[in-house]
Write a protein that binds this ligand. Structure first.
Ligand code: MRU
Length: 369
């Protein structure tokens, strides 16, 4: 990704002191975007857990990588079994819906369990680094497979841009680089395909309006921010060629859990014959469950995210205003589940498959259990 003319990833390692105790994790602080570009230094596992739950870092794949680095930082604090178990629990509890967090923590934990305490720091940082690199490679591959779908749409509709609708932020800010849903957009745009992105604002936290718009602007991709409720209308008018969204947890049968409001977009797409694709790395698949509505825990966040919005004030500062009357209660479910029957296909690092158990097993026979 390129921000203000400089190449960035969303998370990286900073070595301050010696190799064994001085590592810190740097992140782009996503709570400050799009109005301020600031980075944040995380020096311990508590800091990582806080950054995940306060959404300074967010997006399913990035949460996984941050969790892995959090456990690595914990080895610098105390590499005993008991201390690492406590850090694991604290990091896992930071956000409940995205399964990538547990997947990445389990990977680091399994490696450390088999190693003496004296080797754990080096092993943990190396594994967290590997998880980060694999995420970049997965997302780049998702981009290649998804680009083929956009190219097919462009060939079927010569002489006009392809209109893609996306929800929330499943771009490079939600991963280490490239993104999931937006990787195909970036690959297609770099290949010269004429396209335009409809960006759902994504209330209550506005990840579409603030983060996806910021990314697309930085990449020079033509886009338009729309109110969350506009998607159905645009689909009825033939103004959307395909939807591509991300997912925080995918059941082995192809149900997808993504940012609240995704389900309504899938229903509108189904009613209007608009293809509805979901992009994901395999780390997002929860092979243990087959019914997303019944079994995926849905995070409920503070009602303040609904009652208040933040944005840039006329004086240039970032401010928060209240949109509801004082005293009206509010609720804030952060995710919903789209049943597999509304998903046209899953775009993964190994190719595109049907949103079915057979489809996922066909691509990932080594991971399915
Ligand atoms: O609550 P967030 O901002 O972490 O939610 C992010 C999403 O819902 C993304 O669509 C999801 O993580 C997809 S993966 C890039």
């Amino acid at each position: 990704m390129r921000i203000n003319g400089r190449d960035y990833r969303t998370i990286w390692l900073d070595e301050v002191g010696g190799q064994e105790t001085g590592r810190r994790v740097e992140i782009i602080d996503q709570t400050r975007l799009p109005h301020r570009f600031e980075t944040l230094t995380l020096a311990d596992s508590d800091g990582v857990a806080r950054a995940v739950s306060d959404m300074n870092v967010r997006g399913a794949p990035l949460i996984g990588v941050a969790g892995a680095y959090g456990l690595a930082l914990a080895t610098q604090e105390d590499a005993s079994d008991a201390a690492l178990e406590a850090a694991y629990g604290k990091l896992l509890a930071a956000r409940p819906t995205a399964v990538n967090l547990r997947w990445a923590l389990d990977r680091v934990k399994a490696l450390l369990a088999a190693a003496p305490a004296s080797e754990r720091i080096a092993l943990a940082f190396a594994e967290a680094g590997r998880i980060a690199e694999e995420d970049v490679a997965c997302c780049a591959a998702i981009g290649v497979h998804g680009e083929a779908l956009i190219r097919a749409a462009a060939e079927a509709n010569p002489g006009r841009p392809i209109n893609i609708l996306t929800h929330c932020n499943a771009g490079w800010l939600a991963t280490v680089d490239w993104g999931t849903a937006l990787a195909p957009v970036y690959k297609a745009a770099r290949a010269g395909i004429d396209l335009h992105v409809w960006v759902d604002e994504t209330r209550p936290r506005n990840q579409g309006a603030s983060l996806t718009a910021f990314e697309l602007l930085s990449e020079g991709i033509r886009h338009t921010v729309i109110a969350d409720n506009a998607g159905g209308h645009l689909m009825q008018r033939g103004m959307v060629d395909l939807c591509i969204v991300g997912t925080d947890r995918t059941t082995r049968t192809g149900d997808v859990c993504n940012k609240i409001g995704t389900y309504l977009k899938a229903l509108a797409a189904h009613d209007n014959g608009v293809p509805f694709y979901v992009a994901l790395p395999a780390s997002t698949i929860d092979w243990r469950i087959d019914d997303g509505v019944a079994h995926i825990p849905i995070e409920e966040r503070s009602a303040r995210e609904v009652t208040h919005v933040s944005g840039r004030a006329p004086d240039g500062g970032v401010t928060e205003v209240q949109v509801t009357p004082e005293g009206s209660p509010a609720r804030n479910w952060a995710f919903d589940v789209t049943p597999a029957r509304y998903v046209t296909g899953l775009i993964t690092e190994r190719g595109v498959c049907a949103a079915t158990e057979a489809g996922l097993r066909g691509l990932f026979p080594d991971l399915a259990r």
